[in-house]
Design a binder for this molecule. Structure first.
Ligand code: SF4
Ligand code: SF4
Length: 94
């Protein structure tokens, strides 16, 4: 069975209303060469769906992740976990 890359963001640490708002940090967005991350507003947990003000980071393009771990190292909140999957071995020609 093919193991996919798993990237998790801990929203108790990085989220609008948490100790860091991603709009004030953005370090993971800048450091990731293949641009795996996306910062976006979300309607989740928001009382007014027409005025979303809750922002968060998501890892969207997982297949592009090279497993460099720069995002894990640079995140001041230690909010990012990366578990590289089999696609990285394929990308590297192993
Ligand atoms: S491990 Fe590297 S390539 Fe993968 S999401 Fe983090 S910074 Fe981007
Ligand atoms: S580096 Fe960490 S704290 Fe900064 S925006 Fe990314 S996930 Fe949030």
């Amino acid at each position: 069975m093919v193991k996919k890359t798993i990237i998790k963001i801990d929203y108790s640490k990085c989220h609008t209303g948490a100790s860091t708002d991603p709009r004030d940090c953005r370090k993971c967005l800048h450091v990731c060469d293949p641009a795996v991350f996306l910062m976006h507003p979300t309607l989740e947990d928001h009382p007014d769906p027409h005025n979303p003000e809750i922002w968060r980071i998501d890892a969207i393009w997982l297949s592009k992740c090279t497993g460099c771990m720069k995002c894990v190292s640079i995140c001041p909140e230690h909010a990012i976990t990366v578990k590289p999957g089999d696609s990285l071995a394929t990308m590297r020609g192993h």
